[in-house]
Design a protein around this ligand. Sequence first.
Ligand code: ADP
Length: 407
Amino acid sequence: MPISSPLTLVVNCGSSSLKFALYDPREPEALLGGLAECLDSPDARIRFDADGERTVTPLAGGGHREALDALLAFLAARGLLERVAAVGHRVVHGGERFTQSAEVSAEVLADIEACAELAPLHNPANLIGIRAAMAALPAARQVAVFDTAFHQTMAPEAYLYALPQQYRRDYGVRRYGFHGTSHRCVSQRAIERLELDPTDNALVVLHLGNGASATAVRNGRSVDTSMGLTPVEGLVMGTRCGDVDAGALLYIARRAGLDLDAVDTMINKKSGLLGLSELSNDCRTLEQAAAAGHEGAQLALDVFCYRIARTVGALAASLPRLDALVFTGGIGENSAHVRAKVLERLAIFGLDLDPERNDVTRGGACAVISRSHRPAAIVVPTDEEGTIARDTAAIAFGLSASAAEVA
Ligand code: ADP
């Protein structure tokens, strides 16, 4: 590799974590990666996965800035820092302003800041990452990649709530959707793998991880998605409730005397698989417990799978037909049980599971798991960091995203 070849750093600042990966734009796989977690707590630490080795360094009490400093020092010690010519940042909320990835400018920073009202936990952390990277790497191009951007192609009938229009005008209250980078990456891969016509295809993508969302994709564009103004709407998730009668929340708040912050905590942190099972938010733990006879775990998994199937049915209203149902995310890629339970309920679409192929499919590579050809059920690994790196290289180095992928 010539010493002058520029590198792309991908930075994903969550509310208390910082995920990172370093890419040579000519290679599909990251050169190194890692995660800083428990930030702003005594347990803060940073983990580097590089050269086949894993090293963990404590950051006691450190926040995003300290994590980024540790990352930059790690890169500098290996002679890699001076080659970082572009930094791609995951930004959760891009509101209506961002329909695609954008190079960071003073105006873009101000717009991301304005969107922070819509994502008060996430956008401020994303902004810390962008500002720290700008200060530490002033010569590098900075690119923002938005979770919401892919869904900006939704039509008003898909994105409007039937609330007074005044709240949309005054506060931007509408459905935005999230996980857009994953839905975009995975739908493109599925279209390629299944050799679908790029100008005439119809998919539903299920991103099932701790957060979970489903998206209807028509000709490579999002036409409807299950998450809304916030990531609480839609599917049952690890600790989020997903769809629930708004009246039920008012009823609980009044009966239990909960204030708005307590309701916020309840629907975001205490519900979903955790709330239903009264055991865990983790799908693998629940599958093991259910197999051992834990009723709450079984119930939580049943509701989770039923709601996914029900949502696929609802999303079909925005498609002319279904070419493929695509599973991704930690659960979608690894849980044969969840995939089988979801597909069992979707025979109405002509989906026919191949149990043998389903049972042996675990992340890592694309795999068709249906006997049916159209629609197909397919597992496709997501690659959010790689997609951010490709967008960043496309903007910063003028490489087309697909050229960067195959080069
Ligand atoms: P995040 O949304 O935090 O990125 P992931 O996409 O990593 O989450 O997904 C985490 C979920 O995937 C957890 O519920 C975990 O239990 C589940 N998972 C991972 N591997 C398996 C497996 N082999 N079987 C069932 N569930 C799994």
